[in-house]
Design a protein around this ligand. Structure first.
Ligand SMILES: Cc1cc2nc3c(=O)[nH]c(=O)nc-3n(C[C@H](O)[C@H](O)[C@H](O)COP(=O)(O)OP(=O)(O)OC[C@H]3O[C@@H](n4cnc5c(N)ncnc54)[C@H](O)[C@@H]3O)c2cc1C
Length: 473
């Protein structure tokens, strides 16, 4: 039986090297001062910088990597089609700002067609089996939602019905590792229940990394320029980079929660313990794409088919086949299994992907692989992981991260209460932090009115209903 995309993706995460898309718009030497300095040119950083520019204030973005995008990174050179090494999907078409921005930037948007399947060994699941799986997913979502209303927060795993039978492992994978990069035992039920439903899978043909790079084209930024030290106070901030110092009246800091806690940026004075503890509770999960070029469609699947398997262990994956009608297939691994596998390196990841496909589709797959490439986000020095998910008890940390620290304002996906782990969540967080910084320097006098439309739209209470497998990516 074929599940609808909503059924399936609703449960699954979606689940990113772009070319160094030029040196950004900044060709001149690093400026010595700005009204607001932004650290990081991922989705949050580009959104923040554009918001400051819209307020006619001087901004400079410093980015450690050699390209714009952060965890949105499109590789256009390895395969015949763009390969998003990080984020791939946009969700919630009615409210997602990235979709409008992509259209306005002249990029092609396509909704992934229906047609997801579950494999049970070498065959597709029958209609009744798929129904059973969806029912198990609904029940699991419901128990997580119910537990999230309890007095104390608990792990998602501790809430699961005990009688999920043959579907327990698949439910665990779909709701845990594949949706958030973490196993359900490591995820807060409240955080998961508060996450806004992610109800469609919309791709950008040129890649989401290409989109963020395009949106950053007019932004003054310095690539390959890590912020090494930030001296801050209530009045101003100085950012030290290998290319010199930048003095500003406020800063928006968009680095991932793992980069923040790793101490790669030194703060003077130190960051408050309150924010460091909060970031630690929002550590990044593990999520990687193993891309295989399989010419001639040896899997016999349709364009953009998504496949999972009935599995009784965490050693499983999600297949996104024949991406955009090409011969490129992505095998996505995540959670504790994905973390251990990626630590073994790219050859081990590719070997697993081939072994997994052989198990599900037959031995001829092994000789069909023409080219491969695997991401290793945990080892990427400026990300150190994939996406944030709160540990049990950690959900309030998201709000803590939005509190001002002197004249510094944190942004990034981890700071969004309902759209964490997404590109649109990162984007909105960047706009919010930029507005807070603009108010701080007196460039916005009104209360958060300027952000009201976006904030209102997004702050609708998350649905409590347990749609089959609420998608988290
Ligand atoms: C494999 C994978 C799949 C995903 N799939 C999806 C999906 O399908 N849909 C979805 O919506 N989301 C998805 N996500 C999540 C999404 O990519 C992130 O939520 C989002 O891109 C985060 O943006 P950000 O701006 O908060 O952080 P980042 O993109 O991490 O940006 C932070 C920036 O700071 C820079 N930086 C770090 N240290 C320094 C320093 N010292 N000085 C200067 N700059 C520094 C980094 O290089 C980076 O560019 C996925 C993520 C991964 C990894």
């Amino acid at each position: 039986m074929t599940m609808t995309r909503r059924d399936f993706l609703s449960a699954s995460a979606a689940l990113a090297a772009a070319p160094a898309l030029g040196a950004g718009a900044w060709g001149a030497p690093l400026p010595r001062e700005a009204d607001i300095v932004v650290i990081g040119a991922g989705a949050a950083g580009i959104a923040a910088a554009r918001r400051v520019m819209a307020a006619n204030r001087k901004v400079i973005v410093v980015e450690a990597a050699g390209q714009i995008g952060g965890r949105c990174l499109t590789d256009i050179s390895t395969f015949e089609v763009p390969f998003d090494r990080g984020a791939r999907w946009m969700h919630n078409p009615d409210t997602n700002p990235m979709i409008r921005l992509a259209r306005n930037a002249g990029l092609d948007i396509s909704t992934a067609p229906l047609g997801q399947k579950i494999r049970i060994g070498r065959r597709n699941a029958r209609a009744g089996e798929t129904e059973e799986f969806l029912a198990a997913l609904v029940r699991a979502n419901r128990t997580i939602d119910e537990a999230s209303r309890g007095r104390t927060d608990v792990s998602c795993a501790s809430t699961l019905p005990k009688d999920l039978g043959d579907w327990a492992g698949t439910v665990e994978f779909v709701l845990g590792a594949n949706a958030t990069g973490k196993d359900l035992k490591d995820i807060s039920a409240i955080d998961k229940a508060r996450a806004q439903e992610r109800n469609a899978a919309i791709a950008c043909r040129q890649g989401l990394g290409t989109l963020i790079a395009k949106l950053g084209e007019q932004v003054p930024l310095a690539l390959s320029t890590p912020a090494n030290r930030i001296a801050w106070s209530n009045r101003d901030v100085t950012v030290e980079t290998p290319s010199g110092k930048i003095a500003a009246r406020a800063a928006v800091i968009t680095v991932s929660s793992n980069v923040l806690t790793a101490g790669n940026i030194k703060f003077t004075p130190d960051l408050p313990r309150r924010q460091l503890d909060a970031a630690a509770k929002l550590g990044l999960g593990s999520y990687d794409h193993i891309a295989l070029q399989l010419p001639g469609n040896p899997l016999g699947l349709a364009r953009d088919d998504i496949i999972i398997e009935q599995s009784n262990s965490t050693r499983t994956a999600l297949l996104f086949a024949n991406m955009g009608s090409s011969s490129l297939c992505s095998i996505d691994v995540a959670g504790s299994f994905g973390r251990d596998l990626s630590a073994q390196g790219e050859p081990a990841m590719v070997a697993f992907a081939v072994e997994w496909l052989v198990k599900l589709f037959g031995s001829e797959i092994a000789s069909a692989v023409k080219k491969s490439s695997a991401t290793r986000w945990n080892a990427a020095p400026f990300a150190l992981g994939a996406m944030s998910a709160a540990v049990p008890g950690g959900q309030p940390s998201r709000k803590v991260l939005t509190e001002p620290i002197g004249c510094m304002f944190l942004a990034g996906e981890a700071t969004h209460e309902t759209l964490w782990g997404t590109v649109d969540g990162a984007w909105e967080s960047g706009e919010r932090a930029a507005e807070a910084a603009l108010r701080r320097i007196g460039a916005l006098r009104d209360e958060p009115a300027a952000s009201a439309p976006a904030a209102k739209r997004r702050r609708a209470p998350p649905p409590r209903s347990a749609a089959p497998g609420r998608p988290l990516n």
